[in-house]
Design a protein around this ligand. Sequence first.
Ligand SMILES: Cc1ncc(C[n+]2csc(CCOP(=O)(O)OP(=O)(O)O)c2C)c(N)n1
Length: 373
Amino acid sequence: MIFHSTSKKPILIAGNGVHSAGAEKILLEFAEKTNIPVLTTMNAVDLIQADDKLGFIGVYGNRVANMIVNASDLVISIGARLGLRQIGNIKEYFAPNAKLIRVDIDEYELSRTIKEDEEKYLEDAKEFLTRLMAEDISDYSDWKNKCYEAKSILSEYDREPGNLCMEKISELLPEDAKVAVDVGQTLCWAAQSLTLKGKDGRLFIGGSYGSMGCGLPMAIGASISDNKKSVFCVTGDGGLQMNIQELQAVVTEKLPIKILVINNHVLGKISEIQEKSYGSRFAQTTEGSGYGVPDFVKVAEAYGIKATNADGYRELDKYKDWFTDDDACLISIEIPSDSKLIPKVNWNSNEILPAIDDVVEQKVKRMLGDEIE
Ligand SMILES: Cc1ncc(C[n+]2csc(CCOP(=O)(O)OP(=O)(O)O)c2C)c(N)n1
């Protein structure tokens, strides 16, 4: 028996190993059978889609996801590395009330100890889930409902323009959309707030490589490998400029790639660090400190790609047909340069910042903890 039947608040943390093992379907079947809530890592955030999404854990993870980890009493981590970005700098703060079960195909990753009494399985995610599926596990609907109630209460927080922009894009995306995402704040906003419709959508991200410029080439690869079908590319203005010449490949190969530039006119992920940790001494990251953004519409049109500027995400409605037609396109969506990336877990204290209304936080904590103890 792998599962601890005494657990009252179990969760699964699914990582990209679930994709690699082709275990997406059995993961969902297991979740449906047991009603155990499924959280993900950033790399695997597309495993749980639509309204079922509770989000990803870790430094820039969804507030509700990290609060659920903190409250859980059993974490089953499947194909997730559980690196520093996911568990923080002080291991004791990770899922402090939980037993930990880890399954990974990578012996090296498993050789690290996260909790002294953790149980480890060096096993393929699909084989592991198949064994878990055969176990007699009780129904966890009550616990799961609490998690979704917490999500609903917290949904009014952490809504920066970048997040709202992703929500708008989610609304306009067709079912089962394939979305390649570049790097930076844009990636974190997408992982936090892009919600795919259907069950077969994919979010392609560069993962730990963090390689700016990967978005457009990934979209090109995804389209070509899927019979030249439509693929979305969500990219920052900086990321697009790293491989902007690939617009020609989009044209030459006649690929219906929809490029959505989250245009904050800054290298936001870095300018934010320069602002917070270096006394706003910006260097090569903002207009005025050595970074600049071209007129993307003119650039795209020069390649023969139809393009437009959206003055804020609300204007995207005007171009909703562009999301589903057969043409390549580029929409440069203006968002404020100071749109922040929140929440962020302080990696030495495990505190989720910025703090929210204390009454609400206590309510959510009670909901996830004391009430069903
Ligand atoms: C090739 C490469 N160079 C530099 C970095 C460091 N870096 C990470 S995010 C980022 C800024 C990204 O800016 P942008 O694409 O405009 O997205 P934003 O953060 O504004 O959403 C930089 C420079 C990187 N990850 N990859």
